[in-house]
Design a protein around this ligand. Structure first.
Ligand code: NDP
Ligand code: ZN
Length: 373
């Protein structure tokens, strides 16, 4: 008996040691505290399991969620954090049981890298609502790998289960594909869920990274789109992307006659605002779908009785199947984010963050990880 226990212990230890030995070295940029700036960071990722692929990161978008999260806007985070969940890269190694990818293929990774696969939401292709072990791409405990903290795409590589990787054709404009994994799916999912169709009068509040994707999807479906933002500088861009009307909410005159006109409004606003303004713009039976996630101390409030027959809902990214769907749809309809590519450099990322906070980017910064030194 003792002998069997000894053999088993040795096998377990050997497996553990070899998993340790096979860890994947990675380097990227991390924040070490919520008020710090980006620093180079070398770390390792878990070894390549039989269902995993190793991706050499090519590009990664900068989402406003990255900024919220590294600043502990929603809750106190554990550092260091390498952010990044709008990832596209080349598959450089595959596990023995991988069937969806081969070396040389292009893969995307969004906000999730794993989930339980058996709860009611996973079974319904809504892994983002998994109740029993969803793992986010960064700053999250990976319950399937000894509880280590995940690190994101501002780095040279990713190791991910193929079930959570998205297939991207090689001829896609790769510097524009990363943001489809978050800004794309997050706006697409509620637009599909609420069945928006040709002729519907709809609105997009917050015309940034997410908002400009929402406008393009809604226009492609034939909806009549009104864009709401707080600046004059994006008026022409909204009309150029096919919006019917642009409302600068800081101008009283823009808001005249708008109440009780729209069927659906998607709010991507990342800061505090008055949601009642948008509820009042909806017709009875209309829906305000909120995807913007302001800091905890700035969360907008609304009185339930003030809804008066309008619906208020929220939506979190989308499932993996739906993410593949939106990538395919975007490529088929030539719908991409408007991107500004920056080098993989700590000070360039710091500056990009400040620009997003100051509303100075049109519309998505993307880091070129091929330039990392
Ligand atoms: P951006 O900063 O790119 O865009 C936000 C836009 O909202 C900007 O155009 C900004 O204007 C505008 N804005 C700011 N305040 C107001 C206001 N009071 N009224 C109208 N417009 C306003 O951010 P992202 O698009 O990357 O992200 C938006 C939000 O969505 C974030 O909170 C992010 O965390 C969240 N998010 C949520 C996800 C989910 O699953 N639910 C997934 C991904 C992101 P200006 O540029 O002039 O400042
Ligand atoms: Zn995001």
């Amino acid at each position: 008996m003792k002998k069997i226990i000894l053999i088993l212990t040795t096998i377990i230890m050997c497996t553990h040691v070899s998993a340790q030995e096979n860890r994947i070295p990675s380097k990227g940029y991390a924040l070490f505290s919520k008020d710090g700036s980006f620093q180079p960071y070398e770390f390792t990722r878990h070894s390549i399991g039989e269902h995993d692929i190793l991706i050499r990161t090519l590009y990664c978008g900068i989402c406003h969620s990255d900024i919220h999260q590294v600043h502990s806007d929603w809750k106190e985070e554990t550092y260091p954090i390498v952010p990044g969940h709008e990832i596209v890269g080349e598959v450089v190694k595959v596990g023995s049981a991988v069937s969806k990818f081969k070396v040389g293929d292009i893969a995307g990774v969004g906000c999730m890298v794993n989930s339980c696969r058996h709860c009611e939401y996973c079974e319904d292709n809504q892994e983002q609502y998994c109740t029993d072990g969803r793992v986010l791409t960064y700053a999250n405990k990976d319950v399937y790998h000894d509880g280590e903290m995940t690190q994101g795409g501002y780095s040279t590589n990713m190791v991910v289960d193929e079930a959570f990787a998205i297939c991207v054709p090689k001829n896609a404009p790769l510097e524009k594909v990363g943001p489809l994994m978050c800004a794309g799916i997050t706006t697409w999912s509620p637009i599909k869920q609420y069945g928006i169709k040709a002729g519907d009068k709809v609105g997009v509040a917050g015309f940034g990274g997410l908002g400009h994707m929402a406008v393009q999807y809604l226009v492609s479906l034939g909806a009549e789109v009104t864009v709401f933002d707080i600046t004059e500088e994006k008026r022409e861009d909204a009309l150029r992307l096919g919006a019917k009307r642009y409302i600068n909410v800081t101008r009283e005159e823009d808001l005249q006659g708008i109440n009780n006109t729209l069927k659906f409004i998607l709010s991507t606003i990342p800061a505090n605002y008055n949601p009642m303004m948008y509820i009042n713009i909806l017709k009875v039976g209309g829906t305000l779908a909120v995807v913007g996630m302001p800091a905890a101390k700035e969360t907008p409030n609304i009185s339930v009785t003030a809804l008066r027959g309008r619906y208020l809902t929220t939506s979190i990214i989308g499932g993996i199947k739906e993410t593949q769907e939106v990538v395919d749809y975007s490529l088929a309809h030539d719908i991409y984010p408007e991107t500004v590519v920056i080098p993989a450099d700590a000070s360039a990322i710091d500056k990009a963050y400040q620009d997003v906070i100051d509303g100075k980017v049109k519309f998505r910064y993307v880091i070129d990880l091929r330039t990392i030194k």
